[in-house]
Design a protein around this ligand. Structure first.
Ligand code: 13P
Length: 259
């Protein structure tokens, strides 16, 4: 059994409103208090709600993250949000390289690498995402795509501790679709990710990095993913918007680590 503390992240994407987001956060902190020790739990609301949601989470054992940041330190970049601004708001984590930013907004591997550097320069911990499209998968290129994405994202980045880096494997075709890879397939990709971390850093560092699965993770399938020694938790989209579902997933993940 790994000594890594499992990790569950809720990525709210462009959902909720101010009142709804604060209420969701309040419901989560009151129900999650009992499982804090078995699992690290992160929630990532939209930028405009970070401060209000952050106030709810403060001192309640649930971590605050943003869904993206700029690769620039500041200046004339209309519409962008810098890592320094996030740190200023008390944000501890940032998701970088989500497929909706890679494929929806055209973020390149190189841009994602620069974003990780900016985040680290401001002391933010990072959830770095990677994942193949359906086309890549059918072409048998899954492992090659993941390696290219992560090498570019991490090649210049340094981390004070391995716990400051989380990698999330999110197959693009599984996000929001209800489809998931087999546990074996997800496990194999996560094994590839950890080998790459060994080659980019060293085996001691790599063994402390949480490598998650994300993409249609729900209360009904979370326990089977987390049963794999290669899967240290989940990055959750749709199900993180329901208190009951998100709490059930966190319980499944925390329970697996304690059992
Ligand atoms: P779903 O859980 O809605 O498939 O989204 C996963 C995801 O993109 C998390 O970042």
């Amino acid at each position: 059994m790994s000594t890594r503390i499992p990790f569950v992240g809720g990525n709210w994407k462009m959902n909720t409103n101010l009142v709804g987001g604060v209420e969701l956060a309040q419901a989560l902190v009151s129900q999650l208090a009992s499982i804090e020790s078995g699992c690290e739990i992160l929630i990532c609301p939209p930028f405009p709600y970070l401060q209000s949601v952050g106030q709810v989470l403060k001192g309640r054992g649930v971590l605050l993250g943003a869904q993206n940041c700029s690769d620039e330190p500041g200046g004339a970049f209309t519409g962008q949000v810098s890592a320094a601004m996030l740190a200023d708001l008390g944000v501890e984590w940032v998701i970088i390289g989500h497929s909706e930013c890679r494929h929806g907004l055209g973020e390149s591997n190189e841009l994602i690498g620069r974003k990780v550097l900016q985040a680290r320069a401001e002391g933010l911990k990072t959830v770095v995402c990677c994942g193949e499209t359906e086309e890549d998968r059918h072409a048998g290129r899954t492992h090659e795509i993941i390696e290219n994405q992560l090498r570019a994202a991490l090649v210049k980045a340094t981390f004070d501790r391995s716990e400051s880096l989380v990698v999330a494997y999110e197959p693009v075709w599984a996000i929001g679709t209800g489809m998931t890879p087999s546990i074996d397939d997800a496990e194999n990709v996560n094994r590839t990710i950890r080998s790459l971390l060994v080659s980019l850093y060293d085996s001691q560092f790599a063994s402390g990095v949480r490598v998650l699965y994300g993409g249609s993770m729900k209360p009904g399938n979370a326990a089977s993913f987390i049963a794999s020694p290669e899967i240290d938790g989940g990055l959750i989209g749709g199900a993180s918007l329901s208190t009951d579902d998100f709490v059930a997933i966190c319980r499944a993940v925390a329970g697996a680590s304690q059992g």
